[in-house]
Structure formats: structure tokens, C-alpha cells
Write a protein that binds this ligand. Structure first.
Ligand SMILES: NC(=O)c1ccc[n+]([C@@H]2O[C@H](COP(=O)([O-])OP(=O)(O)OC[C@H]3O[C@@H](n4cnc5c(N)ncnc54)[C@H](OP(=O)(O)O)[C@@H]3O)[C@@H](O)[C@H]2O)c1
Length: 332
């Protein structure tokens, strides 16, 4: 392959408005302008990548396009004094993989302001097992810790079988918190025990408590990844002065709530936005993920595919058949 060409997944729109994906050879000149050229070594697959690969205009406006909201690799060229060729870096969030050519290709070119220097104690591969899902879990835990939630406290994690939830359970249990995990629709007790949940509860029947402004105080804090009734349940049942983080809408985007958790129990609700989170919190979170929060079973949370295997995995995500993290090995 010539020096200026590279392999990438490309999503194309046909004249009749249908979308298809295939691995193609592209030229580096076609990459967008940016301060740094990164040779991507690993990426990961997220729900948003499936949306981008399916023609969802809320995620990606223009095609042909290379998805991939996560990338980890090595700086090849840099016009920024902050990065040198050969440095290992992590790029997630901002516009990567949405309207900027993403991590499901051998190269990305991005602004230096999007780039995080990879901490020493984590490999490029491990950083992509975390990926945006794990980073979001890390941001959620960081908010609780900054709120004053300490080791030994009890934490409820909703959507615990999902990408964000399972990493949150893992970080929290490894860091000495007592975790109550909400099970999936299918029983995943064995998996949740293996990642350190000390109590596992079924998805609560929130219809029966819908009219009650508050429920019995049960947890010091909660990480919610589901939204809707699950977020409401968490806010109503966290103890006085506790905190709840909200990052997702896997269940629903709508909430029906009174002000009582806030004015009678002093509960704090923290929104989590991994995409636009400021760089100081971003690097602090990655340093924690590479340090005290790096749990020993990280490698078991993900399966690995090559770039040529991505199209079939995207089909599985689209069909709701995939669970757990998928990393993509972007070989030579
Ligand atoms: N704010 C941010 O920056 C950010 C970043 C990343 C992700 N997110 C969002 O965070 C959410 C979680 O992402 P993810 O990657 O962890 O998704 P995921 O892997 O699909 O997991 C979703 C979890 O939610 C559970 N769930 C779905 N519907 C439910 C319902 N009606 N009641 C109770 N539980 C339900 C699922 O249970 P089952 O096991 O039974 O299916 C699963 O445990 C998504 O909405 C995603 O878009 C936000």
C-alpha cells in the first residue's frame, strides 16, 4: 500500500437513500485539517457508532464518512508544541466520528485540544476497553467523590449490565464502595457478582411508587445510566445529602418528579457530558482510570475484533444482540 493511503471503514449513502459500510483504502490528504495526525491502534464500538453507520443525521450529517468516537494511537505528525511524534495518545468525544473522520480507520487528524496524553499505567488497548463508556463511568464516579462520597459508602448503579454501568460497578467495587447493581431484563446475576456487586436487585417496579414523592432512604449515592423512571427511583431513594449522576436515556429521556428530593433531603443531581467535558476533568479522570480505579478484571470486560469484523458487530448492536464492550484492533 502506498505511503499516503490507509484502511478505514467507510459509510456510503446510495442514490436511493440507503446506507452501506465497507472497509476501503483512503488517502491521508482527504483527512480534515487538524494539528495532529494520529496512527490509530485501537478503537471501540459504541451505540453512537452504530447510529453514524446507519445514516442517523442527528449524529452524522454528511456521507461518505468514517465513524468511530473512540481512538487510541501514536502521534505521527504534529504542528502543536504539546505533542511529539511517537507519543501515545487517547482521543474521544468532541466531534470525533460524528462529522470528523473517526477512529474506525488507521489514521485520524484532529485539533490538539481534543487529545489526551495516555497515562503511563494503561496500555492503548486497555484505554479503549474503557473507551467513551468507561470514561463516562469514570466522570460519574469522580462527581460522587468530589461531592464527598467516601470509600465504604453504598452506591446504587442502574443499567449495571450495560457498558457504562458495568464499568461503574467495577470501578466502585474495586475502590472499596458497596455497590447495589440493578439487574438486566435477563438475569445477569453471575456477571454482576463477578464485577464486584455486593447486592443485586431486579429492575424496580416504579409504577407502584409513581405517586410517592419520596421513598425509603437506602443508598448514599447513585450512578444512573438509564434515565426515566430509574433516575426518578434513584433520586427518591438516595439518603439525605446524597448525590445522583445522570448520563443516559437508555430507558427514557422523560422524568416525572417533584422537588422534594432536593428540598427535603438536599439531594444533588449531577449531569454527565463526556463529549464536552473540560480538559482538566478529562485528564484527571483518565489518570484515575489508569491508576487507583484500574480494576484487575478490565481485560475480561471486552471482546476484540479486527477492522474487517466491524460491519457484522454493528449489525449485532443494531439488532440489540450485543452486550459488553467491543474493542477494534486497527492492524497494519
Ligand atoms: N452523557 C454521556 O456523555 C454519555 C456517554 C456514553 C453513553 N451515554 C448514554 O448512557 C446510556 C448507557 O450507555 P451504555 O453504553 O451503558 O448502554 P448499554 O450498554 O446499552 O446499557 C444500557 C443499560 O440500561 C438498561 N436498560 C435499558 N432500558 C431499561 C429500562 N427501561 N429499565 C431499566 N433498565 C434499562 C439495560 O438493561 P438490559 O441489560 O436489560 O438491556 C442496560 O443495563 C445510554 O443512554 C448512552 O446513550 C451517555
Amino acid at each position: 500500500m502506498a505511503d499516503n493511503t490507509y484502511r478505514a471503514l467507510v459509510v456510503r449513502e446510495s442514490q436511493d437513500g440507503k446506507f452501506s459500510c465497507a472497509v476501503e483504502n483512503l488517502t491521508k490528504e482527504k483527512l480534515p485539517a487538524g494539528d495532529v495526525l494520529v496512527r490509530v491502534r485501537y478503537s471501540s464500538l459504541n451505540y453512537k457508532d452504530m447510529l453514524s453507520a446507519s445514516g442517523n443525521r442527528g449524529v452524522t450529517r454528511k456521507y461518505p464518512h468514517t465513524p468511530g468516537i473512540d481512538a487510541a494511537g501514536t502521534i505521527e505528525e504534529s504542528a502543536s508544541p504539546d505533542f511529539k511524534p511517537g507519543e501515545e495518545v487517547i482521543v474521544t468525544s468532541y466531534d470525533l466520528g460524528m462529522n470528523t473522520s473517526g477512529g474506525l480507520g488507521q489514521y485520524i487528524r484532529v485539533p490538539a485540544s481534543w487529545v489526551v496524553k495516555k497515562p503511563a499505567n494503561i496500555s492503548l488497548r486497555e484505554s479503549m476497553i474503557f473507551g467513551t463508556a468507561g470514561f463516562t463511568a469514570g466522570l460519574s464516579v469522580l462527581r460522587l467523590v468530589d461531592h464527598g462520597i467516601k470509600e465504604g459508602c453504598s452506591i446504587l448503579v442502574t443499567g449495571a449490565t450495560g457498558g457504562v454501568g458495568s464499568v461503574a460497578v467495577s470501578i466502585l467495587s474495586h475502590a472499596g464502595f458497596r455497590v447495589t447493581a440493578v439487574n438486566g431484563i435477563n438475569d445477569e446475576t453471575a456477571f454482576l457478582e463477578s464485577i464486584g456487586a455486593s447486592e443485586i436487585i431486579p429492575i424496580p417496579d416504579t409504577a407502584e411508587s409513581a405517586g410517592r414523592p419520596l421513598l425509603k432512604e437506602r443508598w448514599d449515592a447513585a450512578v444512573d445510566t438509564v434515565g426515566g423512571n430509574m433516575l426518578v427511583f434513584a433520586l427518591k431513594s438516595v439518603k439525605s445529602d446524597g448525590a445522583v449522576t445522570c448520563c443516559g436515556n437508555a430507558g427514557s429521556a422523560d422524568i416525572s418528579l417533584t422537588v422534594y428530593p432536593f428540598i427535603l433531603r438536599g439531594i444533588s443531581l449531577f449531569g454527565i457530558d463526556s463529549q464536552n467535558c473540560p480538559m482538566d476533568r478529562r485528564t484527571r479522570t483518565w489518570n484515575m482510570l489508569a491508576g487507583n480505579w484500574k480494576f484487575p478484571w478490565l481485560g475480561k470486560l471486552a471482546s476484540e475484533v479486527a477492522l474487517d469484523g466491524v460491519v457484522s458487530q454493528i449489525e449485532r448492536i443494531r439488532a440489540g444482540k450485543h452486550h459488553g464492550r467491543i474493542i477494534v484492533n486497527i492492524q497494519d
